[in-house]
Design a protein around this ligand. Sequence first.
Ligand code: GLN
Ligand code: ZN
Length: 768
Amino acid sequence: MSKKANSGFEEIFPRKNYIVGFPRIGEQRELKKVLELYWSGKSTFAEIEEVASTLKARHWNYQKDAGIDFIASNDFSLYDNMLDTAVLLGAIPQRFKGLEAEELYFSMARGNKDAVAMEMTKWFNTNYHYIVPELSPKDSYALNAKKILNEYKEAKALGIKTKINLIGTITFLGLSKRVDRGDTYELFGKILPVYEALLAEIAKLDDKITIQIDEPIFVKGVEPKVLSLIKPCYDALCAVSDNIKIIVTTYFEHSNEATKVLVHTPVWGLGLDFLYGEKNVESLPLIAKSGKQLITGVVDGRNIWKNDITKTASLLENIAKEVPKENIIVSSSCSLLHTPFTLKYEEKMDDEIKNWLSYAVEKLSEVSLVSKLFFNETLSAEETQALEANKKANHKRKNSTRIHNQAVQNRVSHFSKLEREGDYETRIKLQKELLSYKDLATTTIGSFPQTPEVRKARADFKKGAISKEVYEQEMKNYIDECVAFQEECGIEVLVHGEPERNDMVEYFGEQLDGYSFSQNGWVQSYGSRCVKPPFIYGDISRPKPMTVDWMTYAQSKTAKIIKGMLTGPVTILNWSFVRDDIARGDVSKQIAVALSDEVDDLQNAGIKMIQVDEAAFKEGYPLRVENIANYESWAVRDFKISVSTAKQETQIHTHMCYSEFNDIIRTIEAMDADVISIETTRSGNELLKIFKEVGYKQEVGPGVYDIHSPRIPSVEEIVAQIKLLLEVLPKEQLWINPDCGLKTRKWEEVKPSLINMVKAVEIVRKGL
Ligand code: GLN
Ligand code: ZN
């Protein structure tokens, strides 16, 4: 590393602590609100910009006030950072060419009357979703740096000299797709010059600028071909200007393969996650030798728990045994984008639980305090108090009986019944006889339209505005209508429609001990959409049955079979914030044991089919191949535990919101559900072929129409779709259903669609 290039930075930055990035939606979801007003034509773009400026200033000031040295700009976005990067590089898909500015931007994100939106997918293993850039070798790319340059100036005008956040070249390519299905990395030579041009522009902005270049793709254990791009990429970027210092940042896992290369480039620093990437410690000797700065991710950026400052201090001391203290900068483990904003608005939360939590704003003070302790700085009276309070809160959390329930722990650790009665062949034979459903039996995934009336009844009941009796009557009326409609249209296996559920995880969380809810714990999911995940703070148990009354009520209204409806343990886990004091697999097992009681209660109450949804099963997959086997082993175990109480004649269904099963087909099979419904509509029968290839024996319900659009599928279309399915699997193995739950649709769409689905099945059956 060039000594000359490094000089001058010490005076500008105290270089002690660092935040990878900050959430942007606003502590009262201000950005969401103004975006949605604008999209519905009720506000102007200028109003969006005004809100955005206010939020940026507020977020920078929060960080400044907390004593953070490295504060980011360009972590803000009106929709998504990958989308921003596509615009920055001029990677505009053909169908949006000709549009400009905000019209272009929001059309790419959300589509317009002439062009469909760009695809969206999960950001690594978080619940954030990014826009997938579309690249073509025919396109040429050109820099549009306005947003980045302006944001830097905006902060500077407020007296804050920011580090500039960018998504790295290699990650950008790795997460994009080629419209011609080619390899995106082949476009490296076209994209890199645009980054160089960008850095040249940035270099002119100011004296000595730090740039954080995010390369999270490195944590996935990249292939040699990709590794070989790292050196040329960072040699080139570092050569752009002496005025720039580059930090390459990764998070969510270790990135040791990439670190080995990066230490031989002129980058100034490496940002590593030491919480979710514990193995990064293996790179410490190399980093020490390179003399590079180590941005040390030690305060959890993606959960809601208060940092254990004593524990963090010892982690840092261990790191400092290898890397000199003067090269260490204390940091959040990743962008705080994945946590809610501030505890300030949690007015209703139980004080004891609230005292265990820390959202983004609180995490800023933690990073600051941890760094002061590490660098032996004198603490103010306030900070000394905060430190004491932190120790106390952590001590209480370790010992609270609200968290640690001996009875639950005993039962769960001794719970060893994994296999249900009977092997699949025996079970299915018995079930087919007893339940006497036909080949190509029709059913749905569980929910029916959530009407404004149903939502209002739930909200009113929650507020105490209506009595339990009135509320239950309303729900029963809905169930009556739902059952009546399904009978009328001739569906064979019915559902109750889920009117009592606001959300498939929240509903169970509310009834399980060890779960809690926030009032304002919103986290951005994509664009303007936020989710408020419930959180698991303690040992999980089920005080009483959760769904039995609704199910038996529905069953009392029909002679047909009502399919019970539960959310599976892995999905409950993956869509919650999870306690960090025991392994995820242990939490999941507790949920599974609680669910196994529910399954037993349901069958004893006369429910003959039970669906255990694992919508988020695939989402929990680890980023690194070497960790998959472990995840699969407990995820499959816990699905099996939840249904282990089912008798042979009780038919167990599951549902997954995926269509790609190629890489996990054996795992799905090992879950041993009798029937699985999946989301394959949009790919014809292509993605179903894997079921045939591996000789999958259980029954399958591939979605025959797409519920994600308001379009009503015609009878002919569904007939054609069923015929496609029959090319792959025999009729005895197939169920016919929509591809997901219907709660986001309107009755006007659902009714004709299901009527058409049933007609289509009749036509196909006649032809067989
Ligand atoms: N049973 C749930 C429903 O129909 C499943 C939801 C989902 O797959 N996301 O709403
Ligand atoms: Zn689904």
